[in-house]
Design a protein around this ligand. Structure first.
Ligand SMILES: [Zn+2]
Length: 493
């Protein structure tokens, strides 16, 4: 057995001979990279951590086509998602090693020049991570210097090692951007937003970066989570639906895990379906198999298998769901969840590893869900004619004491003010009496002072939640997006 493995490794035949043979039989050229000019621009088309993980190297780019050298032709599909037009060539290990060294050289040159300036080094690191399609960046003190690792498609890979002082400057800069204390032994969490330069496939979608500090024996670790505010087929982003701050973080974190049962809950017309489609859009990739079962198909999702229920032929939600679950899907969305039986089916599927999403109008059904998005829509103030005012005495009393004429209002006003400050929507010293609110007026551009709608969402994961929908309404009233009256309507439902 061992002899056989040795032979497979190429020890008897010689690695080059073996790969040359494979190249011949596939009709693909064989290249030795030490004899080719490796173009630095081509090299960086495939992010280094991916090159390393899949031993695949882009070494020349001409007229939109990239020549890539790899050890195993089957690995080509692992970079499908980069959407490069490629001409594959087989190569040997020596060649891949050489190319990986080139990467290190390019990175070193880039970072050495920047080592004096923490700001630019941090910017470069961030754009390198984004180019590499990383969702997380881990900066950890190591035996010598700072170890930087990226999470790419779920796997944590080493990206580079930086000299200690450069690493410290980068950390300090990220912490100042996220408004964290420079020195602290406690866990801290903050966030900031960046607009990376336009790059292939990503336009210039803003990226929200969540920063967490983790105290460790060798020193503090920094964990960054990068979330593109991606706009997909539906034309919506989670931000444009009204999600922000802690709610958005919680939701992204849940989506990253891609497991469990998520239910969007709210009355008819509260944006549940749009929310679910936006989530599917975020998940949509050639590597995942997504299926939906719906009463009516409102959006067409490329790459997803969408089924419409037809009760007249016995294709009910539950029947469709049972059929779907017999096939092999990674993600299944149910448009209308309206019975305990459906929830039970979905829970069972989630336990078997299918990521289940659904929408329901019945709030009593969300009990078994791992993530609940409770949503409402309120009217959006017309930005052309809204009239500013500060809170009236009785409104103020209610806001400040948390108990007004209607103590059952279900909102914690202190929590709303704290959230406004945390997200920099108002400055730290402000009190309710200082805040500007707006009333509808009316102009030729709107309907009695309102135009369109704004979403209010509460995201509950494992019992943990942020602002509830009423508090969200007040948050958005303080941002001038809606009026206090509209927010109050949610409380009266
Ligand atoms: Zn108006």
């Amino acid at each position: 057995m061992e002899r056989e493995l040795d032979w497979l490794k190429g020890d008897m035949l010689g690695e080059d001979e073996m790969r040359r043979g494979a190249a011949r039989s596939l009709g693909v050229p064989f290249v030795i990279l030490s004899r080719e000019d490796i173009s630095p621009d081509a090299l960086t088309l495939i992010p280094e951590p991916l090159s390393r993980a899949h031993t695949i190297v882009a070494y020349r780019a001409e007229d939109g086509t990239v020549e890539v050298a790899l050890l195993d032709i089957a690995d080509l599909e692992k970079i499908d998602f980069l959407k490069l037009k490629t001409k594959p060539r087989l190569t040997n290990r020596e060649s891949v090693k050489l190319a990986l060294l080139q990467y290190q050289k390019i990175l070193k040159e880039k970072f050495a020049a920047l080592s004096q300036r923490g700001v630019e080094a941090a910017d470069s690191l961030l754009s390198h991570a984004l180019q590499s399609n990383a969702t997380h960046v881990h900066l950890e003190p190591a035996a010598a210097g700072m170890l930087v690792r990226y999470r790419i498609r779920g796997a944590l890979v080493e990206a580079m090692r930086l000299p200690q002082e450069v690493g410290e400057k980068i950390n300090a800069h990220f912490k100042s951007l996220a408004k964290l204390f420079p020195v602290s032994t406690a866990f801290q969490e903050g966030r900031f937003k960046v607009s990376p330069p336009a790059q292939a496939g990503h336009n210039d979608e803003p990226v929200s970066v969540q920063v967490r500090t983790v105290p460790g024996v060798r020193g503090e670790k920094l964990h960054l989570r990068l979330a593109r505010e991606k706009q997909g087929q539906t034309g919506y982003t989670l931000e444009s639906l009204g999600l922000h701050g802690g709610q958005l973080e919680r939701l992204h974190e849940f989506l990253d895990k891609r497991e469990g049962l998520l239910l969007a809950c709210g009355p008819r017309g509260s944006g549940k379906t749009t929310t679910l489609y936006t989530l599917l859009d975020l998940l949509n990739s050639p590597h995942l198999s997504i299926a939906t079962i719906e009463n009516s198909i409102e959006f067409h999702l490329p790459l997803a298998a969408q089924t419409r229920v037809r009760p007249e032929i016995g294709l009910t939600i539950d029947a469709g769901l049972r059929a779907l679950l017999r096939t092999d899907h990674d993600v299944v969305m149910v448009g209308d969840v309206n019975s305990r039986d459906t929830v039970a089916l979905m829970q069972a599927a989630a336990k078997r590893g299918v990521f289940m999403l659904g929408a329901t109008e019945d709030s009593s059904l969300v009990e078994g869900a791992d993530c609940v998005i409770n949503g409402r829509l309120v009217k959006k103030l017309c930005q052309h004619c809204k009239a500013a005012y500060t809170l009236l005495r009785d409104e103020l009393e209610m806001f400040e004491t948390g108990a007004g004429p209607d103590a059952s209002v279900g909102a914690n006003f202190g929590k709303v003010l704290a959230a406004l400050k945390e997200e920099d929507a108002v400055s730290q010293e402000k009190q309710w009496k200082d805040l500007q609110f707006y009333k509808p007026a009316g102009c030729e551009k709107c309907d009695n002072g309102y135009k369109g709608y704004v979403g209010l969402q509460e995201v509950i994961v494992a019992g943990e939640s942020g602002l509830n929908v009423i508090e969200e309404g007040l948050f958005k009233a303080a941002q001038g997006l809606t009026s206090v009256e509209e927010a109050a309507k949610v409380a009266q439902e």
